[in-house]
Ligand binder design. Structure first.
Ligand SMILES: Nc1ncnc2c1ncn2[C@@H]1O[C@H](COP(=O)(O)OP(=O)(O)OP(=O)(O)O)[C@@H](O)[C@H]1O
Length: 370
């Protein structure tokens, strides 16, 4: 079991990186606490696999350190790091039985056969592989093979953490849910640090207690699914999490708030003061489609928007609006009235976010994040 700490970690695949854009991992500091269930969520190419491979030792970072329980492990090869890695495609020995596959890491350690047997039976039980123990691995389905891959990580008592790299990619959709629940159960039972890489927000939030959102080689936010939804600290998190993503509008400051075209949006006095004392290149407001307030008719202070179309998704509707040249999405509950040609909307202060150069501006914060 281990805490995993990344200290000033950076990686470039280029021998002579010219600038930040040549780095797959930009300098990062991060901690995964012992025993946590974490997800590493981000789009293709943001650096997720690179980061996992650095942690497991398959890749040597260009800079910085990886520490397990405060001990630097940079110099240790993968087999001495006690990390199990489960990849997209199951890695099993086809010609061996399921039993022998699960027993393999234990026999490698020189464990006595009666103990091997008891450990393999324990893990097979947890993963519901016991009816298959004497089958050759080549005859298994993809999800059964993936369970064997996971089982090989779990049988070892010395495993500090398990890293999953999009482990459900090859699994049938109806089995994904079952396997994800199994993983969660295993996490609770074994109290092992688990980091689950995915580009799917649903997978991330059903598995993890905390999600690290990765973008452009950086972790731009680390928080609970709820924190990421309610207070995205970067515009990318706003856009990437949620369905549809956050409405983001380019604005400029004005008396008492911000404006775009002829529309003014009031900000709290604290936020206006913060803004006045800052320098930035790009300013945006953000509001989630769920949090846009729709009035029944004209109302003082409400903004008038044109209704472009309504998409009925069964349990909710997505309203597409045009507000002073800006597209706005609103998520309406099933029982909410649907405005026809015009909609009167407002942005409740509690849910209206302000972003300077893509980072959230906090009312109380001393500095905007870099
Ligand atoms: N072996 C390599 N040599 C050079 N560049 C690489 C190599 N592996 C990855 N990259 C680059 O590093 C960046 C990060 O890639 P990485 O595979 O870590 O991203 P990812 O988030 O895991 O993507 P995916 O979800 O598609 O696997 C990408 O720009 C990728 O093209």
């Amino acid at each position: 079991m281990a805490e995993i700490r990344l200290r000033n970690l950076a990686h470039s695949y280029s021998r002579e990186p010219a600038g930040a854009e040549d780095y797959a991992i930009r300098e990062m500091n991060h901690v995964w606490a012992q025993g946590g269930a974490y997800a590493l969520l981000g789009p293709s190419g943001c650096g997720k696999s690179t980061l996992l491979n650095i942690i497991s030792g398959l890749l040597k970072p260009s800079h910085g350190e990886v520490l397990f329980d405060a001990k630097a492990v940079n110099a240790l090869p993968p087999e001495q790091r006690n990390i199990a890695q489960v990849f997209q495609f199951p890695v099993v020995y086809d010609t061996m039985t399921v039993f022998d596959n699960l027993a393999f890491p234990l026999r490698n350690q020189g464990m006595a056969e009666p103990q091997v047997m008891s450990k393999v039976y324990e893990i097979a039980e947890v993963l519901e592989l016991h009816p298959l123990l004497h089958r050759k691995a080549r005859n298994l389905t993809a999800d059964e093979k993936q369970k064997v891959s996971m089982g090989r990580g779990l049988v070892r008592d010395d495993v500090s953490a398990i890293l999953f790299d999009e482990p459900l990619t090859v699994i049938d959709p109806h089995l994904k849910w079952k396997l994800r629940r199994k993983l969660k159960q295993i996490h609770e039972q074994f109290n092992i640090t688990m980091v689950y890489v995915t580009h799917d927000q649903l997978e991330a939030s059903t598995f993890a207690d905390k999600i690290a959102v990765m973008y452009g080689g950086q972790i731009v936010q680390f928080g609970t699914p709820r924190e990421l939804f309610e207070r995205p600290s970067h515009t990318f998190v706003g856009y990437f999490i949620g369905s549809p993503g956050m409405n983001l509008i380019d604005v400029s400051p004005c008396e008492g708030g911000v404006r775009f075209a002829d529309t003014q949006v009031a900000l709290s006095a604290a936020l206006t003061r913060r803004l006045a004392g800052m320098t930035w290149k790009n300013l945006k407001i953000g509001i989630r489609p769920e949090f846009v307030h729709v009035w029944d008719g004209p109302y003082e202070g409400a903004l008038r928007a044109e209704v472009l179309h309504v998409e009925d998704l069964g349990t909710y509707k997505i309203l597409s609006l045009q507000l002073d040249g800006q597209p706005i999405k609103v998520r309406l509950q099933e029982d909410q009235a649907v405005p026809q040609k015009l909609a009167y909307i407002s942005f409740p202060a509690q849910w209206l976010m302000l972003y300077a150069d893509d980072y959230l501006v906090d009312e109380g914060q001393a500095e905007v994040a870099p």
